[in-house]
Design a protein around this ligand. Structure first.
Ligand code: BDR
Ligand code: CA
Length: 311
């Protein structure tokens, strides 16, 4: 059973990732959920996490609020994709559950220093601001993390917020740069993987057909989320980015990738936030991440549906 901290900015696909983790108690022990600003401002990402906890009856898991803005850059949000609240789609009750008083950054540091070294996995589904702040405050945590599994970046696939950059990295490139230089073992789920995970009509119907409140709410979220890609690109559905991180913890065999050097562009305005992945090992720079490129999409949606059915 893997002990994890999920750092997230829900977002419908973040919600799907959290629900996949909730549906997998045999493999996953969630120590806490941390909110970060991203898809929508921090107050809303915190609210949205608590809504998901209540929807799934998991108010036992503590929720922490983290950074309200990126380290250096101005906040950037993505209401054009996720809607005004970040979880548009279903009608959801306002949460009564409250966030903890402790700051997410202190929770991350305290947990990593308390638990035996090499036993806690960090799962990041948004900008890397909270993790970077934790590293700046307590650099010794880098050696205590088992693995940091992130959704972020893109290489052969390019970007989704600029031609060069993926949203999570673009929101806080300086934070990503700190994380990639930290020496933490990193697993990266870039757009190259997540653009293979499309929420086709058949896949969403299977989720809706589960018939429970969480599953129906999820189907409604996915239908809202996918309209952006269907309308803009004429694709068969939306790319379900963030659950790839949790799926990797449960069934790593669904994914294929390799160890690479990854550096983050933090200087050029044109390519700001680009993840420069040395896939062909053309430099002498040592590998600092395991970068995924392929996924068994049917296997992934089968896992997702099976776990949603347990909620
Ligand atoms: C990432 O950006 C967010 O909008 C999604 O939740 C995902 O984490 C994809 O680029
Ligand atoms: Ca996200």
């Amino acid at each position: 059973r893997r002990k994890i901290i999920i750092d997230t900015d829900p977002g419908q696909d973040d919600a799907a990732a959290i629900m996949l983790a909730f549906g997998s108690p045999d493999e996953i022990d969630i120590l806490g959920l941390c909110a970060v600003a991203g898809n929508v401002p921090l107050k809303l990402t915190s609210r949205n996490i608590r809504i998901i906890c209540e929807l799934c009856g998991r108010t036992d898991i503590p929720v922490y609020e983290g950074a309200e803005k990126p380290l250096v850059r101005k906040p950037i949000t993505a209401e054009h994709v996720h809607g005004s609240t970040g979880l548009n789609g279903p009608v959801l009750d306002e949460p009564t559950m409250e966030a903890q008083k402790q700051h997410a950054v202190d929770f991350i540091i305290e947990t990593l220093m308390r638990e035996p070294a090499g036993t806690v996995t960090l799962c990041t589904l948004g900008a890397l601001t909270n993790v970077a702040l934790a590293l700046l405050k307590a650099p010794e945590i880098a050696d205590r993390v088992k693995e940091l599994v992130m959704m972020g970046g893109g290489f052969f696939e390019g970007g989704n917020i600029t031609p060069a950059a993926e949203f999570n990295i673009y929101v806080d490139p300086q934070a990503a740069d700190i994380v990639f230089r930290s020496g933490m073992p990193i697993v990266m789920m870039p757009l190259d993987v997540t653009h293979q995970l499309l929420t086709t009509k058949a896949r969403v119907s299977r989720i809706r057909d589960i018939g429970t409140r969480p599953a129906i709410a999820m189907a409604e979220m996915l239908e809202f989320f996918e309209r952006f890609d269907i309308e803009k690109y004429g694709s068969d559905g939306g790319p379900l980015h963030d659950p790839s991180v949790i799926a990797y913890l449960i069934k790593p065999e669904l994914f294929e990738g390799r160890e690479c050097n990854v550096e983050i562009e933090v200087h050029s305005e044109l390519t700001m936030g680009m993840t420069v992945v040395d896939w062909w090992n053309v430099t002498e720079r040592p590998a600092n991440a395991r970068v995924m490129r392929k996924v068994d999409a049917d296997g992934f949606f089968e896992l997702l549906t099976e776990r949603f059915a347990r909620l």
